[in-house]
Design a protein around this ligand. Structure first.
Ligand code: ATP
Ligand code: MG
Length: 435
């Protein structure tokens, strides 16, 4: 239950904690103020009140009886009033607090006023509690309480609502400020995968954020340096291997035994491919990221299909004409060739198709009618040198790097490559790019 209510994003969690904390503090301080204003009166305010009454009684004692009605209005307050009349039923056993108040009133107004608490009926016929006193000349004086003490501030709910909105707004600003650098870091880490030479993060803002950005930039620099170093080593090895391999191939031509010669030539050919492919895999991502241009997709695929037809390997091709895409044509060509090669090598009836649905994405599918790939291998085949069955590949040859290279180029082009087995047999490789 708690897990369901407790949001999983840091933004929402922080917002809830901050807002709840501020709201609690707000309610608490408002409650304290309200208690002071609306709550039970304390001794000092009671004293103040008694002093008022004593003053009023002293004034009424001194003015002429015919002038008293005019004074009554002046002496009254919004919450109580004075009336010259006899009270109702006298309270015989008042509670302790009222007894104390009565004693204080008696002490305040002085002897001979005979103050009592009495019940009377108000104009709406409700039983209310008041005080009955007698002026010096014996005139009865009732003190009637008209209403509870209130604070008449019609703007109070509006002020509270405005405060609440301000709380919510500043909570949002604070949380946004705290989580924005994290989002920036996440974006940077994500794009690091496809572009090691991306712009470094700005190292400004609060100290902690600047330090995290500086650490991230340093990490990016180290990774980029290491990658460059590895590529240089690999490129060096492959370049140096090319010469001895070529030399060995030349020497192999002079071998007398035809069978041995052909086997050796096959092995050397495989080594050469391996060296070349390994280099492509190491370089792939690096070369592709930057140089992209608007490319006519139909024209590009059509030229590949023609090359295959010329080599006696006909393919089927369907798709809308005139669709352009921002890509690295050489890289995309390489991806498609790797996928088509697999289709031709492991299956038959290979078809390439362009799918422009939905409008903001472009998909290219390469499908065949071959044995497909068992579901448990569908992910692993993207690993370098991973091949499904040794027996299947012995006839077909290859290094096991085709899909790894394709996958790497696709991610450098910010697309996706997925494999799926088709109904009725065969494999469908689906490339997707956003336009
Ligand atoms: N269309 C396909 N049908 C059936 N199996 C496939 C298909 N494409 C790939 N595979 C399987 O996935 C494995 C990995 O493919 P990948 O292209 O990476 O290597 P490869 O084709 O064996 O060698 P390379 O492409 O380097 O010449 C293949 O060995 C094969 O077992
Ligand atoms: Mg392959």
């Amino acid at each position: 239950m708690v897990a369901r209510v407790w949001p999983d994003s840091l933004f929402r969690r922080l917002a809830i904690i901050l807002f709840a904390g501020l709201l609690a503090a707000h309610v608490l301080s408002f409650g304290l103020v309200a208690l002071n204003v609306f709550g039970p009166s304390n001794e000092s305010s009671d004293d103040y009140f008694m002093r008022y009454i004593a003053t009023a009684v002293a004034i009424l004692d001194r003015v002429k009886p015919e002038e008293r009605p005019a004074w009554l209005d002046r002496l009254g307050r919004p919450t109580y009033r004075y009336v010259i009349r006899d009270g109702g039923e006298i309270e015989t056993a008042p509670p302790k607090r009222r007894q104390e108040n009565l004693a204080r009133l008696r002490a305040m107004v002085g002897e001979g006023h005979d103050a009592k608490t009495v019940f009377y009926l108000d104009p709406l016929n409700r039983r209310r509690l008041g005080w009955l006193l007698h002026l010096k000349d014996g005139t009865p004086l009732m003190l009637e309480f008209t209403a509870r003490r209130t604070v008449s501030s019609p703007w109070l709910p509006t002020a509270l609502a405005v405060q609440l909105c301000l709380l919510a707004f500043f909570t949002w600003v604070a949380v946004k400020l705290a989580t924005q650098p994290l989002a920036r870091l996440e974006r940077a880490a994500n794009s690091l995968g496809s572009d090691l030479r991306r712009e470094p993060l700005p190292e400004d803002g609060p100290k902690e954020v600047a330090r995290a950005a500086a650490a991230f930039n340093a990490m990016q620099r180290r990774i980029a340096e290491q990658a460059v170093e590895r590529i240089q080593i690999l490129a060096g090895i492959s370049r140096r291997l090319q010469t001895p391999i070529t030399r060995m191939r030349l020497r192999a031509d002079f071998l007398g035994d035809r069978d041995v010669r052909e086997k050796l030539q096959g092995d050397l050919q495989e080594m050469q491919t391996l060296v070349k492919e390994g280099l492509t895999l190491a370089r792939g991502r690096d070369e592709i990221g930057k140089q992209r241009c608007q490319t006519d997709l139909h024209a590009l695929i059509d030229s590949i299909v023609c090359d295959y037809s010329d080599a006696g390997k006909p393919l089927r091709f369907s798709g809308e004409r005139g669709v352009t895409i921002l890509t690295h044509p050489q890289g995309l060509r390489r991806i498609l060739i790797n996928l088509i090669d697999n289709g031709l090598k492991f299956g038959e009836d290979v078809e390439v198709a362009i799918d422009t649905q939905p409008s903001n994405r472009i998909a290219i599918t390469v499908s065949d009618r071959g044995p497909g790939i068992p579901d448990e291998h569908l992910k692993s085949v993207f690993l370098p040198f991973y091949r499904v069955e040794a027996s299947r590949n012995r006839e077909t040859g290859g290094t096991g790097l085709g899909l790894a290279i394709a996958q790497q180029l696709v991610s450098a082009l910010r697309g996706t490559l997925t494999l799926a087995n088709r109904d009725g047999g065969g494999l469908e490789a689906r490339l997707e790019f956003s336009r």
